[in-house]
Design a protein around this ligand. Structure first.
Ligand code: PBG
Length: 334
């Protein structure tokens, strides 16, 4: 595009900003409830709503309450939920066997949601960290995060989630080759229509802190994730990762975190035109909530502006803990 602007007074940009109607007509991008994926934390028990201190307004929910949340989300028009389990520390092992237990918390939640609210899409997390005694996304031997052994474990985990009825698998582990391995295994097992939303460009970020509290991984994690998650200094590498994951069979791709990486979102959308999502992660949510609680910013307006920024940067949708709040604001402003 060659932006054209006549000199003033032929062009006065303020003409189209004068009234709400003119501003609406000139609006380039839009935000709708269809653009939201709501990440939800699941825990055991029943009737349990367990607040997460570093994520005001976000709770770990027992499965019965997750089903209620799914009903609320469906009523608001939110198209998808993404489930993250808070696993009992007693079930965490170095072999991560609980990850492919068909009756683990995540798989039970998938079945319960699909039985009660069949129309909402259920997305999963495919990574070993909620089940790993050392908090890593892959299997660890002698301090090394093993790639190919981890991929085998992740494939097992993915198949069990597909079997439980997941609509979208979300590999967040950043091992090499996992998308192709999962896609082949899904085809072979007859799960031809299960979608994969690859966390293709996932950075080794300090913005994940509150999430690790939420899933109980903070204490467990030994070291950092820099040998598998991306260096925040890199951008071309993100394009190569997205290309690779699309070739291996990803249907959708994600950039994570969100707001500090909008340049990556734009590059990925322009280069591939594939369904592109960003994850507005826990630390981004916590910063907005914390400043709003102190009265330093208008939380609702900052929330809406942040979501519009993702759309403007080329994202088709956003995983955000704000999803139900955003949906309510959109409903009110209709
Ligand atoms: C781990 C995983 C993480 C998040 C989603 N999946 C954290 C990590 O990589 O350590 C972060 C989400 C958030 O911060 O909101 N598989």
């Amino acid at each position: 595009m060659h932006p054209f602007a006549a000199p003033s007074p032929a062009s006065r940009f303020r003409r189209l900003r004068r009234t709400p109607a003119l501003r609406a007509l000139a609006e380039e991008t839009s935000l709708s409830v269809n653009d939201l994926i709501w990440p939800v934390f699941v825990r055991d028990g029943s009737g349990v709503r367990d607040p997460i201190a570093s994520m005001p307004g976000v709770n770990r929910l027992s499965i019965d309450l997750v089903v209620q949340a799914a009903e609320q989300a469906a009523n608001l028009g939110i198209p998808a939920l993404c489930l993250f389990p808070y696993t009992d520390p007693a079930l965490k092992t170095a072999g991560c066997e609980e990850a492919w237990n068909p009756n683990n918390l995540a798989n039970k939640a998938i079945r319960a949601i699909k039985a009660a609210v069949p129309d909402i899409a259920v997305m999963t997390d495919v990574a070993l960290d909620p089940y790993n005694a050392n908090g890593h996304d892959g299997l660890v031997r002698d301090g090394i995060i093993l790639n190919d052994e981890s991929v085998e474990a992740l494939v097992r985990m993915a198949l069990v989630q597909a079997e439980a009825g997941a609509d979208i698998l979300g590999p967040s582990d950043m091992m090499d080759g996992r998308i192709g391995a999962m896609r082949q295994a899904l085809e072979a097992a007859g799960h031809k229509d299960v979608a994969i939303l690859s966390y293709a460009a996932k950075y080794a970020s300090a913005f994940y802190g509150p999430f690790r509290d939420a899933v109980g991984a903070s204490g467990a994690l030994k070291g950092d994730k820099k040998t598998y998650q991306m260096n925040p200094a890199n951008s071309d590498e993100a394009l190569r990762l997205v290309a690779r994951d699309l070739e291996e069979g990803a249907d959708m791709v994600m950039i994570k975190p969100g707001m500090p990486y909008l340049d990556i979102c734009r590059r990925v959308k322009d280069a591939f035109g594939a369904p592109t999502y960003a994850y507005q992660v826990s630390g981004e949510y916590a910063m907005i909530k914390a400043a709003a609680e102190r009265g330093w910013i208008d939380g609702e307006r900052v929330m809406m502006e942040s979501l519009m920024a993702f759309r403007r940067a080329g994202c088709d949708g956003v995983l955000t803990y704000f999803a139900p709040e955003v949906a309510r604001v959109l409903q009110r402003n209709r």
